[in-house]
Design a protein around this ligand. Structure first.
Ligand code: ISJ
Length: 280
């Protein structure tokens, strides 16, 4: 790896694929990509192994003093996301009894934000007794035979092919029922101390990402045909991307503030930090 390159995290999920696919090749010599799931990329950002990444929104709230945000970019969903799901092998109305008997709930290690979201819904929306929270590798949920949280392509696959006996809750939908707001899963987070050449490469990348984001809605069908994976049909892919919002508007900032208030109330963060943006 060339040391002057900008190191960019790349979440290896279908939801962000079109943005990365659309980045102009002219940036390629100045940028190197590190692929992984969100929690891996959050750690890489915190350890300074990468400079910028679409990352869990909670990562910014945990360490805002180290970070800035790329303006007008994020990954949110208004009321259905399809790929952040809580799956139960029994009907939802049996969950209170299960939790009360100290039942286990499995949380994917791939996520940081959605794990916190599930706990918020658990306490403030469903008002359930505390269960035994357990961590699990991505894609292993079904094999536990117990309730589990899954995100990303594994989750989308379960959502689209839901087995009859599996009860699936979409967490963006549950959050929307509780707050009336969209939910912001990811933000484009960069290290505040980024300097010199890498800073100017990032300014170019940010412009490209914004252009790609604006062009995307008109290109969903074409992009779905170019997607190299074979697990989902072009119709499923287009429908999925259309439910996602890749901007960061006022309503998303309000949603982040609400997320921050719940997290402070649960003592996860000391308070809601300011949203500070990269200015190029
Ligand atoms: C929409 C999704 O949101 C993802 C969920 C994240 C998390 O839970 O920490 C982080 C980044 C997002 O890409 C998804 O998993 O599909």
């Amino acid at each position: 790896m060339n040391n002057s390159q900008l190191k960019v995290g790349r979440i290896d999920y279908l939801n962000i694929w079109p943005l990365f696919h659309s980045i102009n090749n002219s940036l390629c010599t100045d940028v190197s990509f590190v692929s992984g799931h969100p929690a891996m990329l959050n750690q890489a950002l915190a350890r300074k192994d990468i400079h910028v990444s679409p990352s869990s929104s909670i990562e910014y709230l945990y360490r805002a003093e180290d970070y800035l945000l790329l303006p007008d970019l994020g990954i949110s969903a208004a009321s259905q996301v399809q790929s952040v799901i809580f799956c139960l092998p029994f009907p939802f109305d049996q969950l209170e009894r299960y939790a009360g008997q100290n039942g286990e709930i499995f949380l994917t290690r791939a996520s940081d934000t959605s794990r916190a979201l599930l706990k918020i819904l658990w306490h403030y929306h469903w008002k359930l007794p505390s269960p035994r929270w357990r961590m699990l590798d991505p894609g292993q949920g079904l094999s536990t035979g117990k309730p589990f949280l899954e995100i990303g392509d594994h989750a989308l696959s379960i959502f689209l092919n839901a087995h009859q006996n599996m009860h699936v809750l979409d967490l963006a939908g549950e959050w929307n029922k509780m707050t009336g707001l969209p939910f912001v899963f990811a933000l484009w987070i960069l290290r505040r101390d980024l300097q010199g050449r890498q800073r100017s490469v990032l300014a170019r990348l940010a412009r490209e990402l914004l252009q790609a984001r604006r062009a995307m809605p008109g290109r969903y069908h074409e992009l779905s045909m170019l997607y190299p994976g074979t697990e989902f049909t072009p119709e499923q892919i287009t429908d999925y991307w259309q439910k996602m919002d890749y901007g960061l508007e006022q309503e998303h900032k309000a949603a982040l503030a609400a997320f921050g208030r719940y997290l402070s109330d649960m003592d996860e963060i000391p308070g809601m930090p300011a949203l500070d943006f990269f200015e190029g």
